[in-house]
Design a protein around this ligand. Structure first.
Ligand code: ADP
Ligand code: F6P
Length: 324
């Protein structure tokens, strides 16, 4: 029977992680479980850095970005030795269930622990939205909102000067954040790894925008695109005389991760955090929880990790049509 359950947050922090921790802890307490947090992701698991979590310890965090438990990138966990130590630490604390709140890499870690006999339930949480089994992962919607605020401000100044702005957004190898921020932010062009374009094609789109009477051009560029903001800026600068537009570059970077979770992320995180503990109590593990079609979905970790998630073709089509 499940008596002690631990939670950890791993990889890039995402708005909503705290709401998931809060919901998992309070659900566990309602089930008369002893709940523990692991500090700093897999590093803390290897080090045995556990902290007992009661209802009050997770108070006042639902609206906070980041993670109260801390997170890490932990190369030591990639090795068998690190994973064995982690399993031993869990056994020493008599912890029989683990909730891993994190992105694609972190869920690889969940799979590794699961293969070593640990009962793990993952919660899909990353601003990148690169996990299959979820329409959208925790934190991605808030990250889009944060990007939109900056895009709105950049448009004001771009328009005043008649300039082109290359705005680079995060997302690792996935273009989801760029595509959504670009569509919702009314970008003139969107550059993503899933639909690569040459710098010249993007230059044509920019010149076309001016020809159609626009006073500026906002180009949203995914950091994972082959021609990211630096590559595009290099090309446009080399050909500045011929292209004849004034260019500025803004990389939104980590600012996108630091937002207070929006209503959708708070509610989704609450649902997923609570469900993770419920599933462990029901004897289900080796799964990744996400949201699809407004419902909680469970995908086996084996199916969920290491697979690239395709973008919805309709959004790609709309991005093209709407930039006119
Ligand atoms: P995210 O979870 O946000 O995608 P990372 O890719 O950095 O972030 O992964 C977070 C951590 O998960 C890594 O630092 C590592 O400790 C662990 N991890 C990543 N890939 C694997 C893997 N293939 N096997 C075991 N653990 C992994
Ligand atoms: O995975 C989340 C993410 O923010 C990616 O979008 C980005 O490429 C990466 O993390 C940045 O990592 P770090 O915070 O380690 O610089």
């Amino acid at each position: 029977m499940m008596r002690r359950v631990a939670l950890l947050t791993s990889g890039g922090d995402a708005p909503g992680m705290n709401a998931a921790i809060r919901a998992a802890v309070r659900t566990g307490i309602a089930r008369e479980l002893e709940m523990f947090g692991v500090r700093h992701g897999y590093s803390g698991l290897i080090a045995g850095d556990f902290v007992r979590l009661g209802a009050r310890e997770v108070g006042g965090i639902i609206d906070r970005g980041g993670t109260m438990l801390g997170t890490s990138r932990c190369p030591a966990f990639l090795d068998a030795a690190g994973q064995q130590t982690a399993v031993r630490q869990l056994a020493e604390q008599e912890i029989s269930g683990l909730v891993v709140i994190g992105g694609n890499g972190s869920q690889h870690g969940s799979l590794a622990l699961s293969a070593r006999g640990v009962a793990v339930v993952g919660v899909a949480s990353t601003i990148d939205n690169d996990l299959v089994g979820s329409d959208v992962t925790l934190g991605a919607t808030t990250a889009i909102d944060v990007a939109l605020e900056s895009i709105g401000r950049l448009r004001v100044t771009a328009s005043a000067h008649g300039r082109v702005f290359l705005v680079e957004v995060m997302g690792r190898a996935c273009g989801y954040l760029a595509l959504m921020a670009g569509i919702a932010g009314g970008a003139e062009a969107i550059v993503i790894p899933e639909a690569e374009q040459s710098p010249e094609e993007i230059a044509v789109a920019i010149q076309d925008a001016y020809r159609r009477g626009k006073s500026h051009a906002i180009v949203i560029v995914a950091e994972g695109a082959r021609h990211n903001a630096d590559a595009l800026a290099r090309h446009f600068t080399e050909h500045a005389e011929r292209l004849n537009f004034e260019l500025r570059v803004t990389k939104l970077g980590h600012v996108q991760r630091g937002g207070s979770p929006c209503a959708f992320d708070r509610l989704s995180a609450t649902l997923l955090g609570a469900t993770a503990v419920e599933r462990l109590c029901a004897g289900e593990h080796g799964i990744l929880l996400g949201l699809a079609g407004g419902r909680v979905t469970a995908t086996t970790l084996r199916e969920a990790v290491g697979v690239s998630k395709p973008l919805e073709p309709q959004w790609l089509h709309l991005a093209h049509v709407l930039s006119r």
